[in-house]
Design a protein around this ligand. Structure first.
Ligand SMILES: Cc1ncc(COP(=O)(O)O)c(C=O)c1O
Length: 437
């Protein structure tokens, strides 16, 4: 039986822009004025023309109150690499009290918090169809103040991070970090409502928290995007109640990526925040030594943005695929699994905002996702069992109920006909488990 992988979160090979990239690379590599700087160390904030092209594209896409200036953007090696840099520059285990994550959360971020020395600070917050429960988060932060003394030296008394030999980090150390995926979340598919976004920005300001938003799926709606789309938290931080506070660092950073539009191997993304925040982020030690990551690929992607092939690829290849593939998988789940008691989100039929790469399934009451995962593997079917997305640690305040009866399915990686076959195998698995309980 051939394997079917509904776990992997990459675009299908037929969706890769090899032709456009080949032509962009040929342009760069045939002009000394482009390839000489492209093959050298670059600016700490990244390839300036790409920063400017991204600022223009994001201004057109989000239509924020004011055009986005280039100074608000720096180039990164993708959202993952950049989260690690953000933690290096803007947190410190001696000062940062807690890291708050929705549960379920994108599972591959946990290791980055461990690497930053924040493993014992992870705290889970519930979310609903409108995103993170801000009141629960507020309560958690209030309680965390009392627990702060359990963490040696953390809280008010922590020293600013020293970069060694008399250098002080250009960043500030926030007391709390909040991680989220506000639009078409991985794994839950939920999109945070505007009131919830505003409440979260205000909460972050009250508690000296940095909200790191992985805004990597925003460009992938199933139905043509409303224009302008829901404002990002970084846009809200820019304008809400008179804009960012006196220190000018702001309380939100948007972590963008080309991984889901062009291909994860590009390893190019961007961060948007206040110019002061972006400046400090670009001063991360590895950028000082080597320039921003993914410099050569940045020049190729800039060519694609400038010659229009980026938008052609997004509009003519990726967006139709997101819609067709979402509908194929969603309809298969509805027709084959709903009668067994399975529900899913994001669900167009329930009026939810729909897009991204994933469906989040709630299994029938008597079925655990551990069992479903084990039995699916016997059928050659790979799925994302809910437990993967639980915030790890003994004292996170999390709940197995938020993950144990759930599964994540990706509709962007497998061949289209295998999406339906995958659901048929899952139906067999669930019928077998229901019959044995
Ligand atoms: C929420 C989220 N953040 C980050 C990433 C990884 O992004 P990148 O490839 O830019 O590191 C993913 C990929 O699945 C994701 O779903």
């Amino acid at each position: 039986m051939h394997p079917i992988n509904l776990l992997k979160g990459s675009p299908h090979p037929s969706l890769l822009p090899a032709t456009h990239l080949r032509s962009a690379a040929a342009t760069v590599l045939s002009k000394p004025s482009l390839y000489i700087p492209a093959l050298d160390y670059g600016d700490e904030a990244g390839y300036h023309p790409l920063r400017a092209s991204i600022a223009k594209w994001l201004t057109d896409f989000y239509a924020p109150a004011r055009p986005i200036p280039t100074e608000r953007i720096c180039i990164t090696g993708g959202a993952s690499q950049n989260l690690a840099c953000i933690l290096q520059v803007f947190t410190d285990p001696r000062h940062t009290v807690a890291v708050w994550l929705p549960e379920p959360t994108y599972h591959l971020v946990f290791t980055m918090f461990r690497d930053a020395g924040l493993e014992d600070r992870l705290r889970a917050v519930a979310e609903d169809e409108e995103g993170l429960l801000v009141e629960e988060l507020e309560q958690g932060i209030a309680n965390a103040r009392y627990q702060a003394c359990d963490f040696k030296g953390c809280g008010d008394g922590g020293d600013a991070k020293s970069a060694g030999a008399g250098q002080t980090s250009p960043g500030k150390q926030y007391k709390h970090l909040i991680y989220c995926v506000p639009t078409y979340a991985n794994p839950s598919g939920a999109t945070m409502s505007v009131p919830r976004r505003e409440a979260l920005v205000r909460l972050a300001r009250r508690h000296d928290a940095l909200v790191v938003c992985d805004d990597v799926y925003d460009f992938l709606p199933v139905t043509p995007a409303e224009h302008p789309p829901v404002p990002r938290l970084v846009d809200i931080d820019h304008t809400l109640d008179g804009g960012v506070g006196d220190d000018q660092f702001g309380n939100v950073v948007s972590n963008g990526s080309f991984s889901k539009i062009l291909g994860p191997g590009c390893r190019v993304g961007w961060a948007e925040a206040t110019p002061k925040f972006v400046d400090a982020l670009a001063q991360c030690g590895s950028n000082i030594s080597g320039g921003a990551p993914s410099h050569l690929t940045s020049t190729y992607i800039n060519e694609m943005l400038e010659d229009g092939s980026f938008h052609t690829h997004l509009n003519r290849t990726i967006l139709p695929a997101v819609s067709a593939r979402y509908r194929l998988l969603a309809e298969a789940v509805r027709h084959k699994l709903a009668s067994l008691g399975v529900t899913f989100q994001p669900d167009e039929a329930r009026g939810m905002a729909v897009g991204g790469f994933f469906l989040w399934l709630r299994l029938p009451d008597r079925v655990s996702s551990e069992d479903a995962d084990r039995e699916a593997a016997k059928q050659g079917l790979v799925i994302g069992k809910g437990g993967l997305f639980a915030v790890p640690g003994p004292d996170t305040g999390g709940s197995r109920e938020r993950v144990d009866g759930f599964l994540r399915l990706c509709f962007m990686w497998e061949n289209e006909d295998r999406l339906v076959e995958g659901v048929e195998r899952l139906e067999m698995v669930l019928r077998g488990l229901l019959a044995s309980t």
